[in-house]
Design a protein around this ligand. Structure first.
Ligand code: M7G
Length: 169
């Protein structure tokens, strides 16, 4: 018997092959809705630190495309975890922990969380995307991330397409 998750999730990849069209790089690889299917996937995929620079992994609730323009995302924003100075192995473990926190519904406001992204860049980043700018939900999620992970700097919440932090912890 497999253990069902509360939501179905899609695993996307940003391939960084199409230089002129951001959206054309997004590939929905597979979806999963049980704990066992997630672990099977996890053991078959590269970890984030094994990806090429310029690539992303994105895990979003099924039906929400991992872009600002999606109806589910456009009124929301993200908690941004800057990982410069974080060792690759610790980045991989933050990524897998955040995915587990999301799919395991470990937040009071899990319904407000749409997905999570890891960007492999000169300065790697993980962001947790939220559907709205509901203060209670943002604060709960930000506090938990701050307490759970040992990061070299503060974390900030931004509305999509804005560079002004609404909240910082
Ligand atoms: P990034 O990959 O999130 O971070 O955004 P980076 O700057 O560290 O590489 C890079 C660029 O990709 C943005 O400036 C946009 O041009 C494009 N881009 C990223 N996202 C998340 C979106 C999106 O949701 N929609 C659209 N249209 N473009 C995006």
């Amino acid at each position: 018997v497999k253990h069902p998750l509360q939501n179905e999730w899609s695993f996307w990849m940003f391939t960084n092959r199409e230089k002129d069209n951001w959206e054309a790089n997004l590939v929905e690889m597979v979806s999963f809705d049980t704990v066992e299917d997630y672990w099977c996937l996890y053991h078959h995929m590269k970890t984030p630190s094994e990806l090429d620079k310029g690539q992303d992994y994105l895990v979003f609730k099924k039906g929400i495309r991992p872009m600002w323009e999606d109806m589910g995302n456009k009124s929301g924003g993200r908690w941004l975890l800057m990982l410069d100075g974080v060792k690759p192995g610790y980045m991989d473990s933050i990524w897998s922990d955040v995915v587990l926190l999301l799919i395991g519904v470990n937040f009071e406001h899990s319904d407000e969380i749409n997905g999570v992204v890891v960007n492999i860049r000169d300065k790697n980043k993980i962001s947790i995307w939220m559907r709205s700018i509901n203060r209670k939900a943002i604060v709960e999620v930000g506090r938990k991330l701050r307490v759970r992970f040992r990061l070299p700097c503060r974390i900030h919440f931004y509305k999509h397409n804005s560079s002004t932090a609404l909240y910082s912890f």
